[in-house]
Design a protein around this ligand. Structure first.
Ligand code: FPP
Length: 236
């Protein structure tokens, strides 16, 4: 199997998973979080280099106060678990998005986890928290504007490469494949710059039910596609 270097995943359908079982939405998120942990280890065994998961968007603050609190508590638990079980995990991990709106204890735990896992040799996991593509591009524009103001840059220095270098994803390649679960076919403000040439794959599985075999199916579909990057394939 020809693996992409980087896969991006929109984990959707936790609420519907819970609703189908007459459970509170939170149970869906909890199952989703357990699935995330399992899938990361399975992807590490597959030999994938990078994977980015959309865990909380800049729009998710509009959900009920209770759901936002539950999701933040789940993130705390997730981070604590990573601190406690560091020795059992082989992957590297970091976070993209605007951390400034997250509670201080969460930000501290993120820094600890990133640091603890930085010497690991396995797959590099990127978790998007309070992430929105438009907000990421806005933050990049502010940074570039400040560099122009201070004389470090000229407007003519602004290339696509320079913009990429000001995004949260600056240190790793763009995803070749995007997977979204639960049958929804939207980008929802996720990695819009980085996904410009990526293949999209939509699975009907709800996120808590999405397994590594489903991811392999997505990769096989990706391998069967004809990627032309706006050019032409010689045989056609
Ligand atoms: C979408 O399902 C999922 C989310 C908004 C949250 C994703 C979070 C997790 C998978 C677990 C938490 C992970 C961490 C790192 C804390 P939805 O609620 O929109 O589902 P629905 O469309 O069926 O209602």
């Amino acid at each position: 199997m020809n693996l992409p270097q980087h896969i991006a995943v929109i984990m959707d359908g936790n609420g519907r998973w819970a609703k189908k079982r007459l459970m509170p939405r939170m149970m869906g998120h909890r199952k989703g979080s357990e699935n995330l942990k399992k899938l990361i280890n399975d992807c590490d065994r597959l030999g994938l280099e990078h994977i980015t998961f959309y865990a909380f968007s800049t729009e998710n603050w509009k959900r009920s106060q209770e759901e936002v609190k539950n999701l933040m508590d789940l993130l705390r638990e997730y981070l604590n678990d990573h601190i406690k079980n560091e020795k059992d995990n082989n992957f590297k991990i970091d976070f993209i998005g605007d951390m400034s709106r997250l509670d201080e204890d969460i930000r501290e735990k993120m820094i600890i986890v990133r640091q603890l896992y930085s010497t690991h040799k396995g797959i590099f996991v990127h978790i998007a928290m309070n992430y929105g593509s438009r907000d990421e591009i806005r933050r990049a524009v502010v940074d570039i504007a400040n560099e122009i103001k201070s004389g470090e840059l000229e407007p003519d220095d602004i290339t696509e490469e320079l913009i990429s270098q000001h995004l949260d994803t600056k240190n790793y390649p763009d995803p070749e494949l995007l997977i979204r679960t639960s049958g929804e076919m939207r980008l929802s403000n996720f990695l819009m710059w980085q996904l410009a040439y990526s293949e999209f794959y939509f699975s009907d599985k709800l996120w808590p039910d999405f397994r590594v075999d489903d991811l392999i199916e997505a990769v096989n579909e990706y391998n069967s596609r004809d990627r032309r990057f706006g050019g032409r394939n010689e045989v056609n």
